[in-house]
Structures are given as C-alpha cells and as structure tokens.
Design a protein around this ligand. Structure first.
Ligand code: GDG
Length: 738
C-alpha cells in the first residue's frame, strides 16, 4: 500500500517573512487545514500546496530554511508568482467559483484571463503531484481551487486512484450552468474516482449538472464515462472532537493565574455583571457568513426586547480573509460601520453591546471564547459545512450552551438539536435568540448530549477514514471492469469461430438490446427489419436462437407469434419452443404480491410518470418517464425499502434499465439459459444491456462470447455501444456463408 498524497491550495502551515527577514511559521486557519491536519499527522502522507508567500517575496537566503520547515511537516511547496496568486487565487477561485458556488451571482466575474491562470496553476499542481507519485499511491485533492486537477493527473497517470473533496456547496445546476467553462470544470472533477461532498443535496446538484450539461447517464450515484466509473457520495466532515473537548476541560481546570488575558477579561466581565450573557460568533470575514445581517439582527433584538439591553453582549471574531478582493474590502467597511452604529446607538457607560475583534486568534483563545459563551450565533447565508458550529458544541464540557445555526449551513443537516433558523428571517432570528437566552439548563443539556454524541462518533478522523475506504473500494471495482470493446479485429475472429461452429446457441435480450427504449414499453414491438433479421438468424443451419427477456409471455408471444425463435419470458419462468406452445418451467408461489403491491403503489403516487407492470410471477416498477433525477432517488429509496421487506422470503429485487423488478430469487436469466445447454454447443453467444443480463454473463460457461450493450459495469467479456451496433453485428452473423 502506497502513501496518500493530499493536495490543497494552501499547506496547513503559513509562512511569513518578518520585517527583520526572519521566518515565521504558523498553522493555517480555515476549515480544511484545521480538519485534515490530524489525518495528515497520523498517517503515511505528504501534503502538497502553496506556502502563502509569493515566489518573488522569497529572499534567496531563506529558501533553504523554508524548504526545511515545510519538509519537517511532510509537506511539499508549490510556488506561485504574485501574478498567479492574483489571477488564480484572488481571481478565478475567489471571484468566480466561490461566489457562484455560494449563490452570489451578482459578485461572480467571468474573466477569461483569470480562467487561463486557473488552468495553468492547476497544471502546476499536477506536475508537483506527478513528480512524487508512485503507482500504488492514493491521491486526495481538496476544494474549489483545484477542480481541474483530478483530470490533469489522470491524463498523465490513467490508472492512479484519485479522490476529490469539495468543501464548499455545489450549487443547483441552474446556477452552475451560467459558468462559461462549465464543461471543463465538470470534466476536471470527473477525473477522480470518487467525488465527495458535505451533503446529499450538493451531491445531487453535481450529478444533475453532469447529467444535464455533459449528458452522461447517472446510475444512482455513479457516472459511467468510457470504461471508468466515477462515484460520488456525501461525507459530512467532522472535527477533532477530542482536541476541542480536552482543551476546554484543561482550560477549565487550570489555575487562574495561567489563564490567558482574554479569559481573565471574560471572567472579570462575568464577575461584575452577574446576570449578563454572552453570544458568540466566529467566522472568516466573508460575505457568505451572513455577518452583516447578524449584526443587524442583534440591533433589532435589542430594540424588540429592550429588557435585554445591558444584559447581553455579542462577541464577534471576524478573521481577515481574501483582503485583496474588492467585495471583502467593502464588507469590512460595512461591518465596521454597522458595529459602530449599533454600539453608538445602544451603549451605556457600563455596557458595549458588541465586542468586535478583526484578527486571527491563537487556538487557546478560541477555546476561551467557545467555552465562555452562553450562545453561539452562526448565520451564514450559505456554508458548505461550518466547523465553528461543531467546535462550539464540542467545547461545552458541562453540556450547557445553545447553538443557533442557519439552515443554509451543511452542518444544519446533522445538528438537528441546535436551534435552526433561516438567516433571512429577522423575526425568527431574534425570537430564537430570546429562546436561546431563556432556555432552561436541563434542555440545553438534553440537546447538547445528543449533539456531542454524534460529533464525538463522526469526528474528522472517521470522516477521512470513510472517504479513504470508499476511495479504495473504487479501485477494487475498477479492476473488476474488464470488458473490452468489440473491435474489428475481435469481430473478425468471432466471425471465423461462428462460421466454423457445428452447433450454436444464441441468447438475445430484447429491450435495450434488439430494440431501442421507447416511452411506453407496450409500444416497443419489433419492427419489420428486426423480425426479418431474427428470422434469418433462427433459420440458419446449426443455429438455436433464444430471445430471453423479463417481459411477460403474452406480450412476447404476440409479438413473435410466427417467428421460428425460442422465447424465454419473465426471466425464465416461461418457455416457448420455436413453433411450439408456452410451458411453465418454474413452479412459483406469488402470494407475496399482495404485500408488495401496495408499497409500489405509494411510490407510483409520489413519483409522477411511474407505473407498475404486473406479470405472472413478478412485479415491476417502471420509472423511465419520471423526472430522471427524482426517478433515481425514488428507485434508491424503494430498493432500500424492499430489501428490508423481502429478506428471508426467497425474493429478490432486480435493478433493470429504469425499472425495479421484484421476483422469486430462484429465477434469473442465467439459470434459465444454463438449463437450455443440454446438448453440446461449440458457439455460445449472449448479449444484453442491463443487470438482469449480468446473470447470463456470470452463469454461462467460460467459452461464452458475452457482450454488454453500453458501457456500464459488467461481467461480459466485450461491450458494444448501442442497439444499432447490435443489429449490425447480428446482420453480419446472419449473412455469413460457410
Ligand atoms: C470551508 C467551508 C467548511 C476561525 N478563526 C480562527 C480559527 N478558525 C478556525 C475554526 C474552524 C475554521 O477556522 C473555520 O472553518 P469553517 O468550516 O467554519 O469555515 P471556512 O473556513 O469557510 O471553511 C466550510 C470547511 O471549509 C471545511 O470543509 O466547513 O463550509 O467554507 O476550524 O476553528 N482558528 C484559529 N484562530 C482563529 O482566529 N486558530
């Protein structure tokens, strides 16, 4: 097992050169660096990224020291020039992707020059990775600055295992498609084997964009691209729970004399104003974090509930961020003014409503703030996850404290016991603040108990482990896709074998193989060309042709009435010899249908465009005409519900092409086909397009020429593209002379 290569825009350390030309190394602030650091420190990994200083600012004498510092932490620096930083980082990353992905379309700039720089810098990161990449390494790329990197690495190293994690939201496809370079960005991400998001919604938005923009088929949460399968999934990022909890505990227990200045001030404040409460907010100063509205809401709270004047204080830590981008400069100004206005309006001799810090603080002070505040008020208008919310809960060692959290933060999906608010609804925010300040201790404890339990269990280590485990699984499933394209050379061989054979048997699936899909399955009757083609094939000397289908016997029997071809219906329940009558080949009980049918009916009710097909021994739920995305989601749900219901009842759920079918487990196309092999055949051929045909490919003897239609994962030896190619191939078989 090789090493893990983590790549993010910034390294987890920040290097500064002081006025005296000394090196100053500090940990990077921000969600990604904080979260992944413990994973990096514990495992066999290297971390590739930018150090935080522009290439031009590195004094030659310090270069060696910088390299050493970086190397000490198993990091590899990528050097960026000031121009690259300006155009790639402040430009495309933070003036295009960041606002667009957070739904700030009015801030989104589409500058081709920035795009060029973005591509170039992604190439630069790719080179740094490739230089250090061994074959069995696993690559883990992070975040929106490096969306093209997975593809760039894949181009040079097609077989390497690559994961990508998006730390910010992925917007709705309606928003994403406004991006002029949308195809390139999606293809860039799809270079990965596994693409992770914080929430299921972001994942669906991404898959929908892939489906709509690139027109790739989505199979539950996978995308099939050529002979690669790309999986996407949600992995809600956790925190280093133990670190926050332990530090808070230690702070609490340490002698007062060792407390930080901030802690002393907080304690003093609590001592002199005994009945006052502290509300805390901590964020990077970013327009997505809803800071300005939070201050306005706090002002409105003091107005609406004046009894709280002098009784409550907002401590606001805003960490400077992206100060080169105009919107951040404007926001800084707006916040300075707002804080001034509210403090000016409400302050008394003994009381300033808002304590505002515009700086970054050491970790210890962060703990002081978290553990001294009665309420955390976190109100982003959009936030991929928001780790601050989780960190606040983790530091509450006595389980008191109330978290107010915006429903627009990814974390809101997990932290149900927090007070969840809509950050645009001022009335709701201020009423929730009142509720939080007045919440009885027992209730605070009850809520935090549940929250802490979850955060402790699903911590950052578990998050990273889960992601890596899924990523490694993609490697296993990749090696199981061995199907190869049916090229002209292979076909030539095949035709030779066909011609030389004395006794042939051919299993042909119908829908999606011989016949293209249509909206209504009942309209998919064979066209004259197909009837003629199958007849010719069936009449050829030494040939036994069998149509093997999941369809019911009535439909198949009507459509192929006078055609000299053998039919197998309902996956093997019924058999009709060429020119013969239907016979039941499996004796099955279908009393289960009365229990399963009502469940399918509820799914039909909830999913417009879907319907139930009732066969003699199976029930099928079709969703081809449903909204494609909703159809997949419901199919997923239904299959989970059915799995629970039918286990131990000798039934199975088959996932066909836009259809789920419930039937007796003992029946499948593979078993049915094998039963037909009583004679000795020297040419066995099987062709089909969906999961039900996989049984054929799996169970027929090794010498079978098995062919999958389409590029989905398969156990067939070969694949071809579509129905047209199938017909072409059969036509060639039927015209062979021997
Ligand atoms: C992005 C996504 C997603 C903050 N101030 C100081 C400080 N911090 C630390 C906090 C926390 C981290 O920075 C902030 O993380 P967030 O998750 O809240 O926000 P973003 O930086 O926007 O992170 C976000 C995250 O990536 C992870 O995927 O959750 O949605 O936007 O850990 O503790 N740390 C120190 N001093 C500070 O002053 N030491």
């Amino acid at each position: 097992m090789g090493k893990t290569i983590i790549i993010s825009n910034r390294l987890p350390l920040q290097i500064n050169i002081t006025e005296n030309n000394d090196l100053e190394v500090t940990p990077s602030v921000g969600g990604l660096a904080t979260g992944l650091k413990s994973f990096h420190e514990e495992g066999d990994s290297i971390w590739i990224g930018w150090t935080g200083i522009a290439e031009e600012d590195i004094i030659p004498e310090l270069r060696e020291d910088i390299d050493r510092e970086v190397k000490n932490q198993s990091c590899v620096p990528v050097s960026l020039t000031s121009e690259e930083i300006e155009k790639f980082y402040y430009g495309f990353s933070n003036r295009t992707i960041w606002p667009l992905f957070h739904y700030f379309m009015e801030f989104t700039e589409f500058d081709p020059d920035h795009w060029e720089a973005y591509k170039k810098v992604n190439e630069k990161y790719a080179e740094a990775v490739i230089d250090r990449l061994d074959d069995d390494d696993v690559v883990w790329v992070h975040d929106y600055q490096l969306l093209l990197l997975p593809e760039y690495i894949r181009r040079k190293k097609p077989n390497v295992t690559i994961g990508f994690f998006n730390h910010i939201p992925f917007p709705s496809s309606e928003v994403f498609r406004t991006l002029p370079w949308r195809e390139e960005i999606l293809r860039g991400m799809l270079g990965a084997d596994l693409i992770g998001f914080h929430t299921y919604e972001y994942e669906r938005h991404f898959l929908r964009s892939v489906n709509r923009i690139l027109r790739y088929d989505i199979n539950f949460n996978s995308v099939n691209i050529g002979n690669r399968i790309v999986r996407s999934d949600s992995f809600p990022m956790g925190i280093d729970y133990k670190k926050f909890y332990q530090s808070a505990k230690e702070h609490k227990n340490q002698p007062r004399s060792e407390n930080s200045d901030i802690q002393k001030k907080l304690d003093y404040h609590k001592y002199v104003t005994r009945n006052t409460k502290l509300i805390l907010s901590i964020d990077r100063l970013d327009y997505t974090k809803g800071i300005a509205n939070r201050i306005r809401a706090f002002g409105y709270f003091l107005e609406k509930y004046p009894e709280y004047q002098e009784k409550v204080r907002l401590i606001m830590l805003a960490v400077p961020s992206r100060t080169n981008v105009p919107q951040y400069q404007l926001l800084k100004k707006e916040i300075d003014e707002l804080v001034g206005r509210i403090n000016g309006q409400f302050a008394t001799i003994n009381w300033t409503p808002i304590w505002y810090f515009y700086r970054s603080m050491p970790f210890e002070n962060l703990i002081d703030l978290y553990s001294s505040s009665d309420v955390a008020l976190i109100t982003p208008t959009r936030d991929g996850m928001n780790l601050v919310a989780k960190e606040y809960v983790a530091t509450r060692t006595d389980q008191t404290g109330v978290l107010i959290l915006s429903e627009m933060a990814g974390a809101a999906h997990e932290l149900n016991e927090a007070l969840i608010i809509n950050p645009n609804n001022f009335e709701q925010i201020v009423d929730t603040m009142k509720m939080a300040l007045e919440m009885p201790k027992e209730e605070q404890i009850r809520r935090n108990k549940v929250l802490q339990k979850r955060l402790k269990r699903y911590n950052v280590e578990r998050w990273a482990k889960d992601f890596m485990k899924s990523l490694k699984e993609t490697r296993t499933s990749r090696t199981s896709f061995k199907s190869i394209a049916l090229t002209d050379n292979i076909k030539k061989d095949l035709f030779d074998k066909y011609s030389a054979a004395q006794n042939r048997i051919m299993f042909l699936d119908y829908d999606g193989t011989l016949r293209k899909f249509v909206d209504k399955p009942e309209d998919a009757h064979p066209d004259p060309e197909l009837l003629e083609l199958v007849t010719r094939l069936g009449e050829q000397k030494n040939n036994r042709v069998i149509l093997i289908s999941g369809r019911d016997k009535e439909t198949l029997g009507t459509w192929w009435k006078n055609v000299p071809v053998e039919l197998i219906a309902e996956h093997g329940v019924w058999n009709r010899p060429a020119n013969g009558e239907w016979e039941l080949t499996e004796n099955l009980n279908n009393s289960w249908m009365t229990t399963v049918r009502p469940v399918l009916e509820t799914f039909v009710d909830r999913t417009p465009g879907t319907f139930i097909e009732e066969k003699n021994f199976s029930l099928a739920w079709h969703y081809r005409k449903a909204n494609p995305e909703l159809g997949e989601v419901r199919a997923n749900e239904l299959s989970a519900v059915l799995m629970d219901m039918i286990s131990n009842h000798g039934l199975s759920v088959l996932q066909g092409n836009k259809v789920l079918e419930i039937k007796n487990s003992g029946v499948n196309k593979g078993k049915a086909a094998n039963k037909r092999l009583v004679e000795k055949y020297d040419f066995i051929f099987a062709i089909g397009d969906d999961w039900t045909d996989e049984y054929l490919f799996r169970e027929l003897p090794d010498q079978t020429v098995s062919v999958k239609v389409g590029r989905n994962k398969t156990e067939a030896k070969y694949f071809i593209e579509d129905v047209d190619e199938v017909r072409e191939l059969l036509r060639e078989f039927s015209s062979l002379t021997y």
